[in-house]
Design a protein around this ligand. Structure first.
Ligand code: UT7
Length: 315
């Protein structure tokens, strides 16, 4: 009997403090019009002083566990995707594990920047399908505000803070149909925190062009691997970096924007947390119906990119 990962619950957390474009335009030489036209972003959430990735991840995890009706003690795997851990070590996963009161589950972080959640989800899926784990918590969390240069208008307008989480359990019914991961480290210098510096640097335009091209390719790779066409997809749940990148991918798939989950206007780019935040947002609105097919995709620093095809199994 082959086993699959079934998605039992989702959760998310956004910090209270909202920074809108008007306030940003008083901090750097930019405008609400420019930001909305070039990115689709209106506002983003920022962690409070003293609040970090462990705190946000814990809150998202609690929501996901509650929806799944799974006690933290039942988890045997915790994977956290983050580029912005509070501490170099212990891992965010271990610190969240302690807050949740779980003891003994395998717990570790993965680092694939904006593609981190897809990497973490794929990792957990492989653990479950190979019977190395039965019940997994997968979290994407970022405190991007800590690594942003708040004087650099080309990057500080883009990012926000938050967390999203899912609970997976081994089941005969899928769940996760397939995952696809890629990277090309030769592009490292286009999007990075340089050695000895604490701030993110990006050459936005080449990153934008690569993202559009690569995401177009990975959605086709995912469909081909599952012998599907774009018509078989019910929902696109993309990484939320820029509405123009999302629209370009949807257009290549011939998907109307009503079938695309977009949270970029309110969240900005929350890196590894963007996809699970979007997933939880739409799940709690009741957007997904049992049996529907969801394509999750992301592109980010590294470069890294990846996708996951899901069947929604909950009522
Ligand atoms: O999360 C994964 C990876 N990240 C991404 O996928 C982000 C990818 N990149 C982007 O989303 C876009 O490239 C940006 C939104 C960052 C920039 O948009 P763009 O259409 O690529 O603009 P650009 O970088 O070509 O810049 C156009 C102009 C420049 O002025 P000049 O040189 O044409 O005079 C910039 O200086 O816009 C200027 N500019 C700004 N103006 C007002 C750059 N940032 C700002 C700003 N406000 N905040």
């Amino acid at each position: 009997m082959s086993l699959h990962s079934r998605l039992l619950g989702t959760g998310s957390y956004l910090p209270e403090r909202i920074l809108d474009n008007q306030e940003l335009s008083r901090m750097v030489d930019t405008s609400d019009e420019w930001i909305v036209a070039r990115t689709g972003i209106h506002r983003r959430h920022l962690a409070a002083a003293g609040q970090g990735s462990v705190d946000m991840a814990y809150r998202a995890a609690r929501e996901a566990l509650a929806m799944a009706a799974v006690p933290a003690s039942a988890l045997d795997l915790i994977v956290v995707a983050t580029t912005t851990p509070d501490q170099i070590f212990p891992s965010t996963a271990c610190l969240v594990q302690a807050r949740l009161g779980n003891r003994g589950a395998a717990a570790f972080d993965v680092q694939a920047v904006c593609t981190g959640f897809i990497y973490a989800l794929a990792t957990a899926d492989h653990f479950i399908r190979s019977r190395a784990a039965r019940t997994a918590l997968v979290i994407g969390v970022e405190t991007m505000s800590r690594i942003i240069d708040w004087t650099d208008r080309s990057t500080c307008i883009l990012f926000g803070d938050g967390a999203g989480a899912v609970v997976l359990r081994a089941d005969q019914e899928a769940g996760i149909l397939s995952t696809h991961l890629h990277a090309d480290g030769s592009f490292a210098d286009l999007l990075q925190v340089p050695v000895g510096q604490g701030h993110l640097q990006m050459q936005g335009n080449p990153v934008f062009r690569m993202a559009v091209r690569t995401l177009g390719e990975i959605v086709q790779e995912t469909l081909a691997a599952n012998h599907m066409t774009a018509r078989d997809l019910d929902w696109l749940v993309p990484h939320q970096a820029n509405i123009r990148i999302i629209q370009a991918t949807a257009e290549k798939l011939g998907m109307p924007m009503e079938r695309v989950v977009t949270t970029v206007a309110d969240h900005g780019n929350v890196s590894a947390a963007s996809v699970p935040l979007a997933l939880d947002h739409a799940a709690r609105l009741g957007s997904f119906q049992r049996g529907q097919t969801l394509l999750l995709e992301a592109f980010g620093g590294g470069f890294t990119w990846g996708s996951a095809l899901l069947r929604w199994t909950e009522e």
